[in-house]
Write a protein of this length. Structure first.
Length: 285
């Protein structure tokens, strides 16, 4: 059995290494040949899905950061009799696109939980840094924060593929508005950059983030990052590939084809970071 995993990974975004490790673990267990490809440009990602269809793979796992661009090619996979599952991005669109199942985090729910957490820690003025404009999942995160947070939320778009520019933009915003007391990033690498920006700006703002990696675990232990929301990317990759195997070999639908399988949100802070850190060190959390 051959499965294509097609994501919107941007070059250098280590989050997707963890998704891929989970997918590879499931593939090894199930004796599946896994073909991985990625492109942050939605049109190019659609072309990668078309390539998978042309190769006559047995199943496709795809992220739906920009679902409208993928609607047509997913329809082609369906006509070709290739089952398609969604993961990570596109929870609100997967059923509309007739995907078999979906594995990921409800980004709106995660954002709302994040906003409540900010209330608990006494935040008043938050900068929400969005690293990819037009990504529906990232928009839902910031919108979710704004829905439950009782203070001010200032969304800020940055180019996530240019980290020096991300750093300078955050630094400039912190200098411009000294009342910002929390910087919220939507990915682990950007949180670590935000810590540098806080120092460069001479700001007293604290940093919290969505998503994890092993360097972020160290930053939470050191107190540089206050907390993170873990959506368990390893689990997303693993379940997506395993789900396709189960469908082919036993006709199973995770969630019965009606409900997504949620992999988050879960908060990681100083209270539980040591336990999670054991797995992050292996690159699986």
């Amino acid at each position: 059995m051959t499965v294509a995993l097609v994501t919107h990974q941007a070059p250098g975004d280590t989050f997707w290494d963890t998704v891929r490790k989970g997918a590879e673990a499931a593939a090894a267990k199930d004796n599946i040949k896994l073909v991985y490809s990625a492109d942050p440009n939605a049109g190019n990602q659609a072309n990668l899905v078309q390539n998978a269809i042309d190769q006559k793979v047995d199943g496709i796992a795809v992220t739906l950061a920009k679902p409208d661009a993928l609607k047509g090619v997913i329809g082609k996979a369906e006509k070709a009799g290739i089952p398609v599952v969604g993961l990570n991005s596109g929870l609100s669109e997967w059923k509309q696109l007739n995907l078999l199942e979906f594995f990921g985090q409800d980004e709106s729910v995660a954002g709302e939980a994040f906003g409540k957490k900010l209330n608990e820690v006494g935040a008043k003025n938050v900068l929400c840094v969005m690293q990819e404009q037009g990504n529906v999942g990232l928009t839902q995160r910031c919108d979710g924060v704004a829905k439950t947070f009782e203070g001010k939320v200032d969304p800020q778009n940055v180019n996530g593929t240019d980290m020096p520019a991300v750093k300078s933009t955050i630094t400039a915003k912190l200098k411009q508005d000294p009342s910002i007391d929390y910087v919220v990033t939507l990915g682990a690498p950007f949180a670590l950059t935000a810590v540098q920006s806080v120092a460069d700006a001479g700001s007293k703002a604290k940093v919290a983030t969505f998503d994890l990696n092993k360097d972020l675990i160290k930053a939470i232990k050191a107190g540089d990052i206050q907390f993170a929301v873990d959506q368990q990317p390893y689990l997303q990759g693993y379940l997506a590939v395993d789900g396709l195997w189960l469908y082919k070999n036993n006709g199973n639908y995770s969630g019965g084809g009606e409900q997504p399988v949620l992999t988050g949100p879960a908060f990681v802070d100083k209270s539980n970071v040591d336990r999670i850190g054991e797995f992050a060190a292996k690159g699986t959390r």
